[in-house]
Ligand binder design. Structure first.
Ligand code: GTP
Ligand code: MG
Length: 314
């Protein structure tokens, strides 16, 4: 960290001139690859990723420095047709995040194309006044001619300032994208200290890491019926940390599944989460997971506050 810090400092001196800074909201249908892209552009894991839909629940800011610019990426929940109260809060949050940004970057999964949610988002974007760019993601999965057709179709619906073809997993096209942000964001001082990469408190990131393992391990309705909170964080004299987290589920039957036969599921989730947490924290981690039934957590304002979401009334 210190070394990187110095290198960044030298570069900034070399390229004297005004600094640039601004907020870029990444919006898109769920599973388009927004969180993967934020992590790629920041160069560290700040937001969790899974192959399942509706992984991100609140806005996560990932902060990157490129040349003279500090670029604050807002990873938002995927936009979809909401059903539950939590769904509504997620979708409202995503559009709210877009309205706070200097630039809105719409991610489309090139393999899926413009269908369903992506179509609805394009419609919604017509009403939004900010600068807009189009990111066709997952280009590692599609043929070039299909990409050109997709770019044309999307640009017909909304006037995008630029279109980029990228792959968040391979990094293809990402340098050009960073150059674009660095030169087109407004001139001005940086918003965050130069070594800060996220606005998420460590306790919350730790809860998110466990939720990611739960999304990867458990299936059907369970990931959507669960919520993770860090309850205790105790730094120990020997340099390790003791973390206690609670996994909330809605029903007794879900608790059984979350624990698994002979506690196998919870053990696997805990092992995977602890391993990643000790890498991120660079210290040994003792992780204790508890599963609790809280029937109405999805209607409890306190849980929404913990997640950083507005509680939708009614
Ligand atoms: N092949 C390929 N897969 C990708 C790419 N970008 C993301 N993915 C995969 O797409 C899936 C969804 O990625 P996420 O980053 O969680 O997507 P998201 O848009 O943040 O999803 P939500 O938070 O649910 O809205 C994961 O399995 C990623 O590995 C890409 O460029 N190429
Ligand atoms: Mg996400």
């Amino acid at each position: 960290m210190t070394e990187d810090h110095n290198i960044a400092g030298e570069e900034n001196e070399a390229s004297a001139g005004p600094t640039h800074s601004g907020f870029v909201a990444l919006i898109g249908a769920t599973n388009a690859g927004k969180s993967t892209l934020v992590n790629r552009l920041v160069g560290a894991k700040v937001s969790i990723v899974s192959h399942k839909v509706q992984t991100t629940r609140a806005i996560v800011r990932g902060i990157a420095i490129h040349n003279n610019a500090q670029i604050v990426f807002m990873d938002t929940p995927g936009i979809f047709k909401p059903r539950r109260r939590l769904d509504r809060a997620m979708v409202t949050t995503a559009w709210g995040g877009a309205k706070d940004a200097d630039v809105i970057a719409l991610l489309i999964d090139s393999e899926r194309g413009i269908r369903g949610d992506a179509e609805t988002i394009l419609e919604g974007l017509k009403e939004v006044r900010q600068r807009k760019i189009l990111l066709l993601n997952k280009i590692d999965q599609v043929k070039r001619e299909d990409l050109l057709a997709l770019a044309a179709a999307a640009n017909e619906k909304v006037e995008f300032e630029s279109t980029f073809m990228i792959s968040a997993t391979t990094g293809s096209g990402c340098d050009d994208l960073m150059d674009f942000f660095a030169t087109t964001l407004p001139e001005g001082p940086w918003y965050y200290p130069e070594d800060q990469i996220s606005d998420l408190p460590m306790r919350q990131l730790a809860a998110e890491i466990t939720r990611e393992k739960l999304f990867l391990r458990l299936h059907q309705e369970l990931p959507y019926a669960s919520h993770v909170e860090t309850e205790k964080w105790e730094e120990r004299k020997d340099g390790s940390v003791r973390i206690e987290q609670v996994i909330y589920v809605e029903r007794e039957s879900q608790k059984k599944i979350a624990l698994g036969k002979n506690g196998e599921a919870i053990k696997a989730i805990s092992t995977a989460s602890r391993k990643e947490l000790s890498e991120i924290l660079e210290q040994p981690v003792h992780l204790f997971l508890f599963v609790k039934v809280r029937e109405n957590w999805g209607d409890d304002p306190e849980r929404f506050r913990e997640m950083g979401l507005e509680f939708p009334r009614g």
